[in-house]
Design a protein around this ligand. Sequence first.
Ligand code: BTN
Length: 319
Amino acid sequence: MHSTTRRVLCALSDGKEHSGEGIAVRLDISRVAVWKHISELRKLGYDIASAAGKGHKLLHSPNTPYEAEVHRYLTPERLGTTIIYVEECDSTNALLKHKAEMNEAEGTVIVANVQSAGRGRRGRTWLAQPGQALLFSVLLRPPLPPRELFGLTLMAGVAAVEALLALGFEAKVKWPNDILLTGKKVCGILAEVNGEIDHTNYVVLGIGLNVTGHPHTHEYQCTDLSEHSSPPTRAKLLAALLQALDENYSLFLQGELPFIFDKWRTYSDTLGRSVTAITPRGTHTGLAKDINSEGALVLELLSGEKLLVTAGEVSVRLS
Ligand code: BTN
C-alpha cells in the first residue's frame, strides 16, 4: 500500500466522518489526491461512504492483514515495523529466508493469504485454505550462537498463548510449542535457523493459526478459532501475536529464559500428563514431569528412569 494511501486510511480509521478538505489539510495533499487514495482503498476492499457536503467515513475494513491494517492495533518498535502482505507464496518461511539472505532487517514480517507449499515441523506440510488462516513469518537476528537458541521455540509458544489469552481464547501449549484449544491444535510454529557454529545469521519464525477453518488430518485433531468464539480480524490477530512475540523476545534477549520457562509451565497442557514420545531411538511412554533448563521435556518412565526428550527428535502424543 502506498504510504499516502496508508495515511489516508489512518485519518479515517476512527470510523468518524471526515471532510475531504480536512484530510487534505491534515496530510498536506490536494483534495483530488484524497479522492485518488480513497478509491485505492476501495479497490483493496475498504468500504468507505462518501457523501457530498458531508465527507468520508470508513464503514468496514477487509479481513486482510495489510501492514496499515495491522498498524491500527500496534505501534511496533522492533517486530512488525515492516509487514509485507502477499496474496500467495510457496511458504512465508521460504520467502523470508530469501529476504534474510539479502540483508533484510530484523523484525520484518511476511504474511500470506495462502501458501502453496506451507512447511510444518519435521518435514511435514502445513495446510490452510485461502483466507482461513493467519500465515506469517518473522525475521529475528538474535546476537547469540545457535547453541543458545533452544529457548526461542518455547518462547514463541508462550507468546502465542499469551496473544490468544489476551483475545479471550483459553489457549494451552503442548510441548514444545503446539498451541491447543480444548486439546485440539489451533496453531503451529516452525523456527528455522541459519548460522555457523558460533554465529547466528538469522532465525525465521513461522506461525500458522487456523482462524475460520482448519484441515482434517489423521495425525492429530485440529480446530480453528471460529469453533470457539467469533474470531477477531487477521490484522488484529497478527497485531496481538507480534506484540506478545516482541515482549517475550525482549525477555529472551535479556536472559530471562527461566521466567519464560515458568510461564510455559503455567500454560502447559503436557506437564502432569502421560505422554508418548516417538524418538529415533524408540517409543517411550511416561509421565511428563517438567522441562529442564534447556527446554527439554523430562519424562518419568514406568521403570522410574528419567528420559530427556529434546526438540527436533520426537513427536509427543498425549496418551
Ligand atoms: C508445525 O508443524 O506445527 C509448524 C507449522 C508452521 C506453519 C507456518 S504457516 C506460516 C509459516 N510458513 C510456513 O511454511 N510454515 C509456517
